[in-house]
Design a protein around this ligand. Structure first.
Ligand SMILES: [Zn+2]
Length: 202
């Protein structure tokens, strides 16, 4: 009980003493083989820089069309929001709510919370509402499905490509970058803040 630094395997509840790791090294659970810890994680400053970058890329992904189609001189293009709106008008309007939540709302909240928590953590203080924000980030992770959306769009482009002229838009490139950024910054690395800010969390 007087060793608060011990790490517990998420999968089988084994308890280990943490060892310092260098970049590229990983610590595995002896019982179940799960990854316990990785060496060379991003610093708080790097995470904040990537979060701000993600916020800018998120604006691009939503402001510009993800794809444009044309056939015999007639053209059409749609942004992420327009595609959610189009779903809302059909018979499967429930899907629109799910799509809006998983590809726009959840990533947006993730980015806002990350920027909020990290901008304070850089100065070595816990942001107001730190605990609630960190818990919210954990709950949001499974709801953010940009990679699924990206795959869906790529499949649509390939399928439609045989019938129409399909061009990926600027929004699609931004979406691809955003997917990678979100995976990097909202992963388990952010949990380190609990340890870094130990003692200053109200
Ligand atoms: Zn384990």
């Amino acid at each position: 009980m007087n060793k608060p630094d011990w790490i517990i395997c998420e999968h089988c509840d084994s308890v280990y003493q943490p060892t310092p790791l260098v970049r590229g090294q990983k610590a595995f659970c002896l019982r179940c083989g799960a990854v316990l810890d990785r060496g060379g994680q991003l610093s708080t400053q790097q995470l904040l820089a990537l979060s701000i970058c993600a916020a800018i890329v998120f604006c691009f992904a939503n402001a510009f069309p993800v794809m444009s189609i044309s056939l015999q001189g007639l053209g059409n293009e749609a942004t992420l929001w327009q595609s959610v709106e189009a779903l809302a008008q059909g018979r499967i309007s429930v899907i629109a709510a799910v799509a809006g939540l998983t590809i726009i709302l959840a990533p947006m909240l993730q980015i806002i919370l990350l920027c909020w928590v990290l901008s304070f953590a850089v100065a070595g203080v816990a942001a107001p509402g730190f605990k609630a924000c960190m818990r919210a980030l954990e709950h949001l992770r499974p709801w953010s499905m940009l990679e699924v959306c990206l795959l869906g769009i790529l499949v649509a482009i390939i399928k439609l490509g045989g019938m129409l002229d399909v061009h990926p838009g600027l929004g699609l490139w931004a979406l691809a970058m955003l997917t990678v950024l979100i995976i990097i910054i909202s992963g388990k690395g952010i949990r380190r803040l609990w340890h870094d800010l130990e003692g200053v969390i109200p």
